[in-house]
Design a protein around this ligand. Structure first.
Ligand code: 5RP
Length: 224
């Protein structure tokens, strides 16, 4: 069993009967959704899933997990999602899979947020992983110039055909190659205030529990 599968299965054990569960996106969240599907089928687990991407929605539906959108539930009990980086003070970068907008909306409406990662994602300071910024296509070239001027080393994310990758909301992603983010709160505020930016991948003070996959087994930290 690989580390992603191990933490995915461990995280699914936090899901109890009757819960509304935010279903994350990515190769780690994939295993958690598979395990929830198994529990629904084999154990009769009764849950409602709130997917954070069309890909997770399709997977969950295929497994027979009942699905609602974030607008169709009062709140989410627990969201389980992957992350691209987690710092020592438990801030995160997400959006490597381009699903940051729905992921942040679902996480913001969740009573508890649980991240599942392998040990390679745990870092001292955020920023080696390029920071995804979701932007409206109109004016995106202007934003690229603005970020260039600020020395943020922006790159428009492309799909396999070499065209701008479109998110589930038909926006673009600009990845900022910052190397190190020394002031994440200030950067988040700056990006929040930039016209044309829809959302960014800095997930600050959002996670309650982290399950890290280590070769010797999953290690769980309750951080809030
Ligand atoms: C998608 C995400 C993912 O959670 C993040 O990219 C981690 O993915 P993976 O588990 O495949 O490494 O934020 O937008």
């Amino acid at each position: 069993m690989n580390l992603k599968e191990m933490v995915g299965i461990e995280a699914a054990s936090y899901v109890k009967d009757g819960m509304v569960v935010g279903l994350g996106t990515g190769s780690t969240a994939y295993y958690m959704i598979e395990e929830l599907g198994r529990r629904v089928k084999e154990e009769g687990l009764s849950i409602t899933g709130v997917p954070t991407s069309w890909a997770s929605k399709k997977q969950a539906e295929g497994l027979g997990i009942p699905i609602r959108t974030i607008d169709e539930v009062d709140a989410v009990d627990l969201t389980i999602d992957g992350a691209d980086e987690i710092s020592q003070d438990y801030h995160g970068i997400k959006g490597g899979g381009a699903a940051l907008l729905f992921e942040k909306i679902v996480a913001s409406n969740s009573k508890k947020v649980l991240w599942i990662v392998d040990e390679s994602k745990m870092v001292e300071t955020l920023g080696a992983f390029p920071l995804p910024v979701e932007v409206i296509p109109y004016g995106s070239q202007q934003l690229l110039r603005l970020f260039e001027k600020k020395n943020y080393h922006p790159k428009l994310r492309l799909n396999e055909e070499g065209e701008p990758l479109k998110t589930d909301c038909s926006n673009y992603i600009i990845d900022l190659h910052l190397e190190t983010i020394t002031a994440p709160t200030e950067l988040a505020q700056e990006l929040d205030a930039t016209v044309g930016v829809v959302e960014h991948g800095l997930f600050l003070d959002m996670v309650h529990t982290i399950i890290v996959g280590l070769p010797e087994g999953p290690s769980t930290k309750h951080v809030r």
